[in-house]
Every structure is written in C-alpha cells, then in structure tokens.
Design a protein around this ligand. Structure first.
Ligand code: GDP
Ligand code: ADP
Length: 189
C-alpha cells in the first residue's frame, strides 16, 4: 500500500526538528524523512543527502527550470528550499510514510495537493521571546540569521489555523506525546 504524508511546519526554533527526530525513532510507524533541497550552507554536523541536498543557488534555479520540485520557496532572501518530486514519489511508492519539515507555505501547498492522504501539523512556540532564546541556545546561527528568523515568525504564526492540528511546544515531553498520538491516530486509524 502506498504511504501517507505527515507535514510539520513552524517558525524556526519552535522545536520542530527535535519533535520530528523523536517521532521517527518509532520504527513501527514506518516513517521516512523527505530530504529537501536547499541553497543554504550546511551548519554544524549536517551532511549532504541526510538533512538536505545542499546545492548552489545556480543549481537550485536550474532544478526549478527543469520542473524538479513539487513545491519550493525562497524562505529567506537568497535561501531557497524545495521538495523534490521524484524523491517523495519514490518513498511513497515503497509504502513509507513521508515526513516533511517545510515552511508554512510549502506545508499548505503539499496538504492541498495530497488532500486526505496528508496530515498537516503546526508546531507552535509559547512566545516569540522563547523562540529567540531557543535559537540563541541552539548555537548554530549567527545573530543576523537569528534576526531574519524572528522577523519571519510573526507572519508564520498567522498560518496556524490553516493546519489540521496545532501542537504547542512549551513542555517538550508533553508536545512529543501529543504529536505521537496525532500521528498514530492518522496512520493507524
Ligand atoms: N517550502 C519549503 N520549506 C522548507 C523545505 N525544507 C525546509 N524548509 C523550511 O525552511 C525553513 C528553514 O529551515 P532551516 O534552514 O533548516 O532552519 P530551521 O527551521 O531553523 O532548522 C524551515 O521553516 C523549514 O521547515 C522545503 O522543501 N520546502
Ligand atoms: N519545549 C522546549 N523547551 C526548551 N527548548 C526546546 C524545546 N523544544 C526544543 N527546544 C530546543 O530549542 C532549539 C530549537 O529546536 P529545533 O528542534 O532545532 O527547532 P526547529 O527545527 O523548529 O528550528 C533546540 O536547541 C532544541 O533543543
């Protein structure tokens, strides 16, 4: 049976990657991560083909012209992110449930495209101030990059009502448990 799609979106620093990585450790749910393509530079321990396919902006634009993306966004200025059609279709055909970490617009586009086969989940931070604390605490981004992300957060928060489910990530353990229940209900019925 072909797999389903689980989409996570949230302002940067909300704890989306932390929650996704934990959910994916539940092997019985047969979840596979949708590896996006991006023109941003790798950070920390990130490796090409694991967190993202890292390409130059020129290569990214060539792929746009080649119609390789299911969706893509210039999330921050000159930093493109996109979902590769071929990648997702191959995973779904294998019967894997594909998990997406995408921005709010990409999340809505994928949900609209796949309809009931997809579940969209918005991870909401307790406040903008807490986002700043988390991004600073994560220690992976320069101060100006953090400011770009904070500047976009208020816009992203307005998208929460468009999602199937909203999980508030204040207490991490509670948020993980809530996300797991939502995903299990969707996948196992
Ligand atoms: N539309 C879209 N957004 C993406 C894609 N991949 C990643 N993003 C989003 O781009 C934003 C920045 O991601 P990233 O640079 O990894 O930063 P992080 O969210 O702080 O870990 C996040 O909102 C991601 O969810 C994609 O394929 N399509
Ligand atoms: N509920 C929480 N309380 C405190 N810190 C958190 C919580 N959830 C995540 N974090 C921390 O916040 C930082 C940002 O989380 P991350 O998962 O990288 O966010 P995102 O993928 O949404 O950008 C990380 O250092 C993470 O350990």
């Amino acid at each position: 049976m072909p797999g389903k799609l689980i989409i996570f979106s949230a302002p940067s620093g909300s704890g989306k990657s932390t929650i996704i990585n934990w959910l994916m450790s539940h092997e019985e749910l047969r979840m596979a991560f949708s590896i996006s393509c991006t023109s941003r530079a790798p950070r920390g321990t990130e490796r090409n083909g694991v967190e993202y396919f890292f390409v130059t902006p020129e290569e990214f634009r060539r792929r746009i012209d080649n119609d390789e993306f299911l969706e893509y966004e210039e999330v921050y200025k000159d930093r493109y992110y996109g979902t590769l059609k071929q990648q997702v279709e191959a995973q779904l055909e294998k019967g894997e449930n594909v998990v997406f970490d995408v921005d709010v617009k990409g999340g809505c586009n994928i949900k609209n495209y796949y309809g009931d086969r997809a579940l969209s989940v918005f991870i909401q931070p307790p406040s903008i101030e807490e986002l700043r604390n988390r991004l600073t605490g994560r220690g992976t981004d320069a101060p100006e990059v953090i400011e770009d992300r904070i500047a976009r957060a208020s816009f992203e928060l307005t998208f929460a009502p468009k999602f199937d489910k909203v999980v508030i990530n204040d207490d991490l353990d509670k948020a993980k448990a809530e996300a797991l229940k939502i995903v299990k209900d969707f996948l196992l019925g």
